[in-house]
Structure formats: structure tokens, C-alpha cells
Design a protein around this ligand. Structure first.
Ligand code: HEM
Length: 306
């Protein structure tokens, strides 16, 4: 069952951000950790400049992000990660990967790669940094993006990152931009985003778009109400936004979760009805944006039959 389920009574046109509760994690570690970390490593060694990019001038923010992530993990998951801070040197032990790293915070020559990228190789989340008054994307370790990539968005402010904006969500995006600009230190927020896919491939960065479109086109004729539960996957992103105190930058973390539709329906009482509520009230332009228009009738029939 998905750990987060963003489906309620109807399509939500609000930005849907929540302040962190006492037990809300900045970083989540689940059973997919080993496989996802292996995949991240493969992607980054195959195409380092595609999955990690930075603009100059955000070194402080990169170190702050790394320090926050490691400190948080060591505090919240002491069986899996330990961190000893010794004068200038930090000793990090990732027990899940069986890897030890010693480094000097602030000294990038002591890590094998940039701090944000290295931190991204300790966690399942994709990690991005936004900086400046207009919250521009200044750095990213982005392996599991849903239909976008750093080549397209690095350097762009929040508003342009989201352009062209679907008219129905424009007020929500204005509110999001304001709340991002005013996000206080020590008051992180999180939100969920959802999509429905014909594959559970994690890396859906833009370079895979043609193949993903083709896979959808090929499968469309076979997506029937009887079979669609086993053919589709629900993809949920838990996104966190944290203001970093020294640099003033924002750390944007994205953890992607997926489950086969039928598994989700069978394990979550009322889940089918909630998904049907949301999909049937999602505006057509948004359904198009999410590439759901063509299979929506079969999907709704399946969900109503549960
Ligand atoms: C409160 C904060 C945010 C809100 C309310 C928000 C909302 C949205 C919405 C509504 C969409 C499109 C529809 C959908 O998939 O549901 C979207 C897509 C997207 N968002 Fe955000 N977002 C937020 C933060 C961010 C941040 C900080 C980034 C930084 C990189 C970001 C990057 C993107 C990208 C790259 C897309 C895909 C755009 C495309 O299709 O080219 N979002 N976001």
C-alpha cells in the first residue's frame, strides 16, 4: 500500500501544503532503499551531467542541505546511519550500503562529488535547491523526475519552471509562489502530487518521454476495465520544502512512491472510490497534461466496479 494517498472527495485545486508534524520525516527510508540507490548510482555514472547539475555560487546551500540531511538521518534512523562530528571532520557511516565516509564540512575536496549530489546518493529522494527572491532552481540531483529534467529547468524561477501553467491551477500556483518566497526557517512544509502511469519505471526524466509515449500508445487498445487494474501504476510524489538558515535557499526533496493500481485498490478500503472521485473531477486540461485522457473511461469503469 502506498504510504501516502492523495485522493479524497474531489480534485484538489489548492496547493495542498502542510506544516511538518512532529513525526513527519524530512527523509523517508523504505524497503526500496537498496534498489533505488543502486539505480541512482547507475544513472549518475552513465550520465553524470544529466542527472546532476549546479550553478556556481550555491556551495553554502549545498553543504547546508547535506548537513541537515545527514544529521536528521542519524537522529531519526540511528540503526541505519551514524554520524560522529569530531572537530573539523565528520564521520558518516551508512550501514544500509555498508559505506563509511569521512569529510570536512565546507571543504568540497573531501567528498568524491559535490555535496548535494553526494547527499542525494545517501537517500531515495531527489534533491533540488532554489535560491533568490524568485526561488530559482540553482542545483539539482534529479534521477526520478516525472516528465522533466534539469536541462530544461536549471536557472529558471519558480513561475517559469511551471510554465505554461494550466489556467485552472493558476491561482494555486500564485499562492504557492508567495508561500515559497515567505517560507520561514524552521517551518518546513510538505505536499503530495499524483499521476497514473502504464509503467513503474522510476526514471521518467524527459529523455525517456518518447519511449514512454510509445509504450502508452501501444498499450492503449488493451487497457480495458477488466485488465487495467493490473496494467496501471499509481505514482505519488511526497515533496518537502525546507528553508535553509545560513544561505536562505530552499531545499526541495521529492520521494517517489509507486504501486500497481489493483494492489492499491485491494489493500486500501475505500481507495477505489476516492480515486474515482478525484479522477472524475479532474479538469480535462489537467487530465491531458497527465496523459490520462485516453484511458480515463476504462479506468473509471474499473474503479466503479470495485
Ligand atoms: C508549493 C509548491 C508547489 C506546488 C503547489 C506545485 C504545483 C505543481 C503542479 C500543480 C504541477 C502540474 C500538475 C501536476 O502534476 O499536478 C507541477 C508540476 C511541476 N512542478 Fe511543481 N509545485 C510546487 C513546487 C515545485 C518546486 C519547488 C519545483 C522545483 C523544481 C517544482 C517543479 C515542478 C516541475 C518541473 C513540474 C513539471 C512541469 C512541466 O510539466 O514542465 N514544483 N507543480
Amino acid at each position: 500500500m502506498l504510504p501516502y494517498f492523495p485522493f479524497g472527495q474531489q480534485f484538489n485545486d489548492k496547493m495542498g501544503t502542510y506544516p511538518f508534524g512532529e513525526n513527519d520525516p524530512l527523509i523517508d527510508v523504505d524497503d526500496n532503499y537498496p534498489a533505488e540507490l543502486l539505480l541512482k548510482r547507475a544513472l549518475l555514472s552513465e550520465r553524470p551531467d544529466y542527472y546532476y547539475q549546479t550553478l556556481p555560487g550555491c556551495e553554502t546551500a549545498q553543504w547546508e542541505a547535506l548537513e541537515l540531511i545527514l544529521t536528521t538521518l542519524a537522529q531519526t534512523k540511528p540503526d541505519q546511519f551514524t554520524l560522529h562530528k569530531e572537530q573539523t571532520t565528520w564521520h558518516w557511516n551508512n550501514h544500509l550500503l555498508n559505506e563509511k565516509t569521512d569529510f570536512i564540512p565546507g571543504d568540497s575536496s573531501t567528498l568524491p562529488t559535490d555535496p548535494l549530489n553526494w547527499a542525494g546518493l545517501q537517500v531515495q529522494e531527489d534533491l533540488l535547491l532554489l535560491a533568490g527572491e524568485d526561488a530559482s532552481l540553482v542545483a539539482g540531483h534529479l534521477c526520478f523526475a516525472n516528465d522533466w529534467c534539469l536541462d530544461e529547468k536549471l536557472g529558471l524561477p519558480f513561475w517559469q519552471i511551471h510554465a505554461p501553467i494550466i489556467p485552472i491551477v493558476e491561482p494555486m500556483m500564485r499562492a504557492a509562489q508567495k508561500s515559497l518566497e515567505r517560507l520561514p526557517v524552521g517551518r518546513p512544509v510538505w505536499r503530495l502530487n499524483w499521476s497514473v502511469k502504464v509503467t513503474d519505471q522510476l526514471d521518467m526524466t524527459s529523455r525517456h518521454l518518447p519511449a514512454l509515449k510509445q509504450a502508452l500508445a501501444e498499450q492503449l487498445p488493451y487497457l480495458t476495465p477488466n485488465t487495467i487494474g493490473n496494467q496501471l501504476f499509481i505514482r505519488v510524489e511526497r515533496q518537502t520544502l525546507t528553508r535553509l538558515p545560513r544561505s536562505g535557499a530552499i531545499l526541495f526533496g521529492i520521494h517517489t512512491y509507486q504501486n500497481r493500481l489493483a494492489n492499491e485498490v485491494n489493500s486500501r478500503p475505500g481507495g477505489a472510490a476516492h480515486m474515482a472521485n478525484v479522477f472524475s473531477t479532474t479538469p480535462p486540461a489537467m487530465l491531458d497534461y497527465k496523459s490520462m485522457t485516453d484511458f480515463l473511461p476504462a479506468l473509471l469503469t474499473y474503479l466503479h466496479n470495485q
